[in-house]
Design a binder for this molecule. Structure first.
Ligand code: ZN
Length: 193
């Protein structure tokens, strides 16, 4: 059990789709422990297995803050079973130290997964809360998708990456999300009126 090295953007493992877990073996439990230790050591809100070089469908999230007790949630073989609404989300990623940009996310998600004991559970997160956004961010990692692929303004993201000496955006990975984009724009212009 250990704090592991977090791979940085540019590493091909981050773009590799991850495999399902067939059995929550001792090896997978150790992977979960390493993910949690590494996430806490880096003050992250979430961490996915490929970020520490393991292409398995496993991620962890903890959205507790300040004096609140730790509240780790472990997701093994997750499936997003419902998603709706849209929200602008200002995000970073432990694989992109210091880089933050605005991305498109669903506001509400329902996810089914197994916990670290292999027990299945369903969790709903709503209203664009941090948990709802973190679930989508971490889930994407399992499919080799990164938060910058959801950029609201790709030119802004491009210049942030450049200023931090990261590789550029991969244009073919950018995800067209017209519906999300329209909903976010409508909500924001309604606020201004
Ligand atoms: Zn990330």
């Amino acid at each position: 059990m250990a704090v592991r090295k977090v791979l940085r953007y540019g590493d091909p493992i981050l773009r590799t789709p991850s495999k399902d877990v067939h059995k929550v073996s001792k090896k997978i439990q150790e992977l979960v422990t390493d993910l949690l230790e590494t996430m806490y050591a880096q003050n992250g809100v979430g961490l996915a297995a490929p970020q520490i070089g393991e292409n398995y469908r496993v991620f962890v999230i903890d959205v507790s803050t300040g004096d609140e007790p730790l509240n780790p949630i472990v997701f093994i073989n997750p499936k997003i079973i419902k998603k709706s609404g849209a929200v602008r989300s200002h995000e970073g990623c432990l694989s992109f130290p210091e880089a933050y940009t605005d991305v498109k996310r669903y506001a509400n998600v329902m996810i089914k997964a197994m916990d670290r004991k292999g027990k299945s559970f369903v969790l709903e997160a709503k209203d664009g809360c941090l948990l709802a956004r973190a679930i989508q961010h971490e889930f994407d990692h399992l499919d080799g998708i990164l938060f910058i692929d959801h950029s609201i303004n790709r030119f802004e993201t491009e210049s942030i990456l450049e200023s931090l000496e990261f590789p550029p955006i991969e244009e073919d990975k950018l995800i067209e999300e017209k519906e999300l984009e329209e909903q976010i724009n409508d909500a924001e212009s309604a606020k201004e009126d």
